[in-house]
Design a protein around this ligand. Structure first.
Ligand SMILES: O=P(O)(O)OC[C@H]1O[C@H](OP(=O)(O)OP(=O)(O)O)[C@H](O)[C@@H]1O
Ligand code: HPA
Ligand SMILES: [Mg+2]
Length: 192
C-alpha cells in the first residue's frame, strides 16, 4: 500500500480505530469473489456514489475477476455536518443510460438508508434490468428506512466514523482505515 494516511499520522485527532485495514481488505476480497461468481457471463455496470464510495469502488473493481463497466453519480444528503438533511439530491448524474443494464450500486456506508433506497428507486424508474447494492460499512442502528444491501458490509456501531472514503467536513477520506475522532475535533471546526 502506497502512502495513504494512517491513524498514527493523525493520532492527535483520533479517539480510536473502529475498523482495521485488514478487516476492510478481507471484506472487499470476500465480496468481490461473491460478485464475480454472481455476475459471471453477465453484463455488469458498477455505479459508485460520490464522493464517499470512490475508495470502495476502486478497491472492489481491482479485486473482481470479471469485466465490468464503471460509472459514477454524485448524490448528497449530509452537507458539511454529521446529520443527514433527509433530502437526497443528484449533484452530478451518471454518464450512461441504465435502461436494460444490471446495475450494482457501490457505497461506502449505509446509515439511515435514505441515499441507497432513493437511488435504487431512481434506477428502477430509469429502466435498469436489475439493481443490487453493496455498502462497505453498515450502521444498522441508525436505519430510518428498512433497507438491506444485497452484499452486506462491515457492521459498525452508532458513532460518526471517518476514513476509507468517509469524511467529516470533507476531510479524513484518505485515511487507510476507519476511526472515531476526538470530540475536540468537532468543537474546534465551526467554520474552518
Ligand atoms: O444511509 P444514509 O443516511 O443516506 O447515509 C449514507 C450516505 O451518506 C454519505 O454521503 P454524503 O451525503 O455525506 O456525501 P459524500 O459521499 O460526498 O460524503 C455516504 O457516503 C452515503 O452516500
Ligand atoms: O458515520 C459516518 N461518517 C461519515 N459520513 C457518513 N454518512 C453517513 N454516516 C456517516
Ligand atoms: Mg459525507
Amino acid at each position: 500500500m502506497m502512502g495513504l494516511m494512517k491513524i498514527s499520522d493523525i493520532a492527535d485527532q483520533v479517539e480510536r480505530e473502529l475498523v482495521s485495514r485488514e478487516e476492510i481488505d478481507r471484506k472487499i476480497a470476500e465480496t468481490a469473489k461473491q460478485i464475480s461468481h454472481d455476475y459471471a457471463g453477465r453484463d455488469l455496470l458498477l455505479v459508485g456514489v460520490l464522493k464517499g464510495a470512490a475508495s470502495t469502488l476502486v478497491a472492489l473493481a481491482d479485486a473482481l475477476s470479471i469485466d465490468v463497466e464503471i460509472d459514477y453519480v454524485k448524490l448528497s444528503s449530509y452537507g458539511a455536518g454529521t446529520e443527514s438533511s433527509g433530502t437526497v439530491t443528484v449533484r452530478n448524474d451518471l454518464s450512461c443510460d441504465v435502461r436494460g443494464r444490471n446495475v450494482l450500486v457501490v457505497e461506502d456506508i449505509v446509515d439511515t438508508g435514505r441515499t441507497l433506497a432513493w437511488f435504487c428507486k431512481e434506477l428502477d424508474r430509469r429502466g435498469a434490468a436489475s439493481v443490487e447494492t453493496f455498502a462497505l460499512f453498515d450502521k444498522p442502528a441508525r436505519r430510518t428506512i428498512d433497507f438491506h444491501p444485497k452484499y452486506q458490509g462491515i457492521l459498525i456501531p452508532d458513532v460518526f466514523a471517518v476514513g476509507f472514503g468517509l469524511d467529516y467536513a470533507e476531510k479524513y477520506r484518505n485515511l487507510d482505515s476507519v476511526a472515531v475522532l476526538k470530540p475536540s475535533v468537532y468543537s474546534k471546526e465551526t467554520n474552518a
